[in-house]
Write a protein that binds this ligand. Structure first.
Ligand SMILES: Cc1cc2nc3c(=O)[nH]c(=O)nc-3n(C[C@H](O)[C@H](O)[C@H](O)COP(=O)(O)OP(=O)(O)OC[C@H]3O[C@@H](n4cnc5c(N)ncnc54)[C@H](O)[C@@H]3O)c2cc1C
Length: 501
């Protein structure tokens, strides 16, 4: 049926009668939806065939009233959408015959029903369709499942021949220590755990989540969405239910539903932008002469930058395959416009290889964002690889976990161990330059230099720079700023997703 519909749609849209029988509603109506999707014009019709109705069922006065009220309501709701319910009295066969011809109908859609008399009616309509040349599309919408459908499992003998291969079969190295386990079961468990805390869900404000907590401070559902183990639609509607019960809840772009809208945003732009994952030939992306420096790229990729915050992030990424959004910000900014001036495409490829949630649209979109190649325009604000992580984790627990070589440094040195004296380094059991590298760049110098380069690029390519510009520019931050001024909470400022120059 679907294939047929597809072929037809490729030729010409239908002129359709949607025949209401039961299904006297507009919401969740698969047959009506199919009619709308496949047609240039849809006639919403109810045939009031009293002869048929009274011959197949007993309808008391109360039910007649109820039916007429339902039709009245359907009429009103359709009117609200600029349409009309067309109620035609008479026997359904001649009524259909007349109107199919009168309106040049090419398709009749209707709810599939299971009662013998409705099945017979559908069969008769199909015969009429063959005679007059219209198609009939009936779709299950009255029960949860298609009662006719029987689905047998495959032969059990097949299971052994077609088993899931072991990693060793594919010569993939043994499982690392990643705490993430693949699959729908695990993904749904994670989903349920988060949804159980309705207060957390309702007040979720992305910029206030912590990039360097030892356990994810956000949902950690991205690997499951990325592989399709958990449905984003399920998540979205479950969130709607929670919001409906909450007195107050956060709003997009910072809310949880807002996060899904970001996903949708990047999917939408990616689907309409040629060469989305590349700089060359990508119309929304600034064309930048990034440095080609394999050695520096390698240092960044292998957590050898000499900046513990960046190296801890890159270690978590390599070991576990997931890092917090703001940690991604820090690592991406450092590689591109912040410190190394290396192309976002290189970073995107590394993320693609190492992230469990690697995703064509979201990865490229965010890399363009972070490198200020598109979407993000406050390019003068550059993350400091020392101060950024310190704000939410002053003791450096995150660094101690992922870079155990630094774990004995006092907190005041944990983000910049090269500033410790030789004696203090000895006491910490880690000599900078020997056990852990010196910083690969002078951040202040490098970021100032890159800022000038970026300024120049943007002046030269002003038109491209304007393409993805929004009035609010960074909606995540604008919303938060509004909230803050309303609440007059100055201390929340420190936990915000702000960048430091
Ligand atoms: C440089 C960079 C690269 C990234 N690459 C990817 C990637 O390849 N795959 C990926 O799924 N995310 C990517 N992100 C976006 C974001 O960091 C992750 O989606 C998020 O951190 C996943 O954690 P979570 O599931 O706990 O998110 P939550 O905050 O719990 O959000 C729920 C879901 O919303 C979606 N979402 C959240 N933030 C974003 C965002 N900024 N853009 C689009 N969708 C979002 C994700 O599907 C996420 O699972 C990238 C971000 C940056 C800065």
């Amino acid at each position: 049926m679907k294939q047929f519909k597809g072929l037809r749609a490729a030729r010409m849209p239908h002129r359709t009668i949607h025949l209401f029988r039961k299904g006297l509603r507009l919401h969740d109506h698969p047959a009506l939806l199919a009619a709308l999707e496949s047609s240039e014009v849809v006639y919403p019709v109810y045939i009031l065939d009293r002869k048929f109705m009274t011959s197949v069922m007993h309808i008391g006065a109360l039910r007649w009233h109820f039916l007429l009220q339902s039709l009245e309501d359907l009429q009103k709701n359709l009117c609200r959408l600029g349409s009309h319910l067309l109620v035609i009295q008479g026997e359904y066969e001649p009524v259909l015959r007349d109107h199919v011809q009168k309106w040049n109908i090419t398709q009749v859609t209707l709810d599939a029903e299971m009662e013998p008399f409705y099945k017979e009616m559908e069969a008769n309509i199909r015969c009429l369709g063959e005679e007059l040349g219209f198609e009939v599309l009936s779709v299950v919408g009255h029960s949860l499942y298609d009662t006719k459908r029987r689905c047998r499992p495959p032969d059990l003998d097949l299971a052994e021949c077609y088993r899931v291969p072991l990693p060793a079969d594919l010569k993939i190295p043994p499982e690392s220590i990643s705490p993430w386990r693949g699959g729908e079961t695990e993904g749904l468990q994670r989903l349920e755990q988060h949804l159980a805390d309705q207060g957390w869900v309702a007040s979720f404000t992305k910029p206030r989540t912590i990039p360097n907590s030892l356990l994810p401070s956000t949902t950690g559902l991205s690997p499951y969405f990325s592989m399709g183990c958990v449905s984003v639609r399920t998540f979205f509607y479950r969130l709607s239910n929670i919001y409906a019960q909450a007195k107050h809840h956060s709003l997009p772009p910072v809310s949880l539903q807002g996060q899904l809208l970001w996903r949708e945003f990047f999917y939408t732009v990616a689907s309409a932008t040629p060469n989305f994952t590349k700089m060359a030939g990508n119309p929304i992306c600034l064309q930048i002469s990034w440095y080609e420096d394999a050695e520096r790229l390698h240092k960044w990729k292998t957590a050898q930058t000499g900046f513990p915050w960046i190296d801890a992030i890159m270690t978590q990424l390599r070991q576990e395959g997931w890092i917090h959004h703001l940690a991604r910000h820090a690592a991406a900014c450092f590689l591109t416009r912040g410190d190394l001036w290396i192309s976002w495409e290189e970073g995107m490829k590394v993320f693609e290889e190492l992230l469990l949630d690697a995703d064509y649209s979201i990865n490229a979109g965010n890399w363009m964002w972070l490198s200020a190649s598109a979407f993000f325009h406050q390019y003068t604000r550059i993350f400091c690889p020392v101060r950024f992580g310190k704000r939410t984790d002053p003791e450096g627990q995150y660094i101690r976990k992922y870079l155990p070589v630094l774990k004995n440094f006092p907190s005041k040195y944990i983000y910049e161990p090269w500033t410790a004296s030789e004696e203090e380094q000895k006491q910490a059991g880690c000599i900078i330059g020997k056990d852990y590298p010196f910083p690969m760049v002078d951040h202040k110098e490098a970021s100032n230099h890159n800022l000038q380069l970026m300024k120049h690029v943007r002046e030269e390519q002003y038109r491209t720079a304007q393409l993805t510009r929004d009035d609010t520019d960074d909606p995540m931050e604008m919303k938060l700023k509004r909230d803050h001024s309303e609440e007059n909470v100055t201390k929340a400022k420190t936990a915000r997703m702000t960048e430091q120059t």
